[in-house]
Ligand binder design. Structure first.
Ligand code: SF4
Ligand code: FES
Length: 344
């Protein structure tokens, strides 16, 4: 099998494997980030450029380095190829530039965005973002759009990665949304304000790397780091029924698909599991979900102390939450959301 060396570590992979997947086989910090590639979605990749790497040796047969950085998610390896990611100053510099571009139109509204805490762009911004923008033109602004009764689209946050359109193409039988127009006028939209209602459409929310597509049954209910993720399953006639249930005390606040180390869904789930099964009795709870050690959700390291899945929240706390929830319910939120959209 062909061999490739990435940041000094050599790995053998199947012919035709991309550099990104070869790096994932090694694992750790040398794996390039990916905002548009999604291993479970055919045709994804090649849009966002955050995964660019330096190929310092083309192959054993032709060792000439490649003059330009290459997208690791869609460049296949060759035997003897040598690749630099974290060890290349050029790549690190380029990634800062790409993040700056991605943030030209993306609002810095993490404090009110439901994706905060599990947003790939937030992570990238943390690692590669600069404190100031050099952009002086007007930003693109859009009204928020309801695409169906369960999903809301914030186009200002979209980075045009196309993942949600691949979900609709590959998991549902009738795609009613897509990327309209070209250049800086591009936007995700439904055709003639259609609702996205297909039974698997909720997976668009999970694959969206930013907070552009959000779950209306969860919006503004809690920051993700206040919730505890548990693996849970149920007998579902439509999907595998294997999910992550995000709990506050004994309540399920939201249900998502289970995600792997690269924030990719392990198995897509149906809308009934995601939106309609919020009662603990609907689920067999397996136990706490493992997550990255540096995740914001890891604050209290509860995995280490919890033997049994039994959470006994003081009812007085829950009363407080009810009051909070009334104060920040969706109807109440409208009044302060409006001015923000103008400046985004
Ligand atoms: S809405 Fe999300 S998933 Fe869809 S193209 Fe925009 S960023 Fe990607
Ligand atoms: S992940 Fe490779 S170009 Fe987006």
């Amino acid at each position: 099998m062909p061999k490739v060396t990435i940041d000094g570590v050599t790995v053998e992979v199947e012919p035709g494997t991309t550099i990104l997947n070869a790096a994932r086989k090694i694992g750790g910090d040398l794996v390039p980030p990916a905002m548009c590639y999604y291993s479970k979605l055919k045709g994804s990749g090649g849009k966002c450029r955050v995964c660019l790497v330096e190929i310092s040796k083309g192959s054993e047969a032709n060792p000439t380095p490649m003059p330009k950085l290459q997208a690791s998610c869609c460049t296949p390896i060759a035997d003897g190829m040598e690749v630099k990611n974290m060890t290349s100053p050029k790549v690190q510099d380029m990634r800062k530039g790409v993040v700056e571009f991605l943030l030209i139109n993306h609002p810095l509204d993490c404090p009110i965005c439901d994706q905060a805490g599990e947003c790939d762009l937030q992570n990238l911004g943390f690692n590669y973002g600069s404190q100031q923008t050099r952009y002086e033109e007007g930003r693109r602004t859009f009204d928020k759009i309801d695409i169906g009764d369960k999903i809301q689209l914030h186009m200002t946050r979209c980075i045009l990665c196309y993942r949600c359109t691949y979900v609709a193409d590959q998991l549902t039988d009738n795609r009613v949304h897509g990327i309209m127009n070209r250049g800086d006028a591009s936007e995700i939209s439904t055709y003639i304000q259609n609702a996205v209602t297909n039974e698997m459409s909720g997976n668009m929310i999970d694959v969206c790397p930013v907070g552009a597509l959000t779950d209306k049954t969860f919006r503004f209910k809690s920051r993700v780091w206040f919730l505890k993720p548990f693996d849970a399953h149920r007998d579902c006639p439509t999907c595998s029924g294997k999910v992550t249930a995000w709990m506050f005390g004994k309540e399920i606040y939201r249900v998502t698909a289970r995600k792997d180390a690269y924030h990719e869904v392990e198995e897509f789930i149906c809308n009934t599991c995601r939106f309609d099964k919020k009662d603990v009795k609907d689920w067999t709870v397996e136990g706490p979900r493992k997550f990255e050690k540096d995740s914001v959700i890891n604050q209290n390291n509860y995995v280490q102390h919890l033997d049994k899945v039994e959470i006994d929240t003081d009812p007085r706390l829950l009363t407080g939450r009810q009051e909070d929830r009334k104060a920040i319910s969706m109807a109440g939120v409208k009044s302060y959301e409006q001015p923000l959209s103008d400046g985004q």
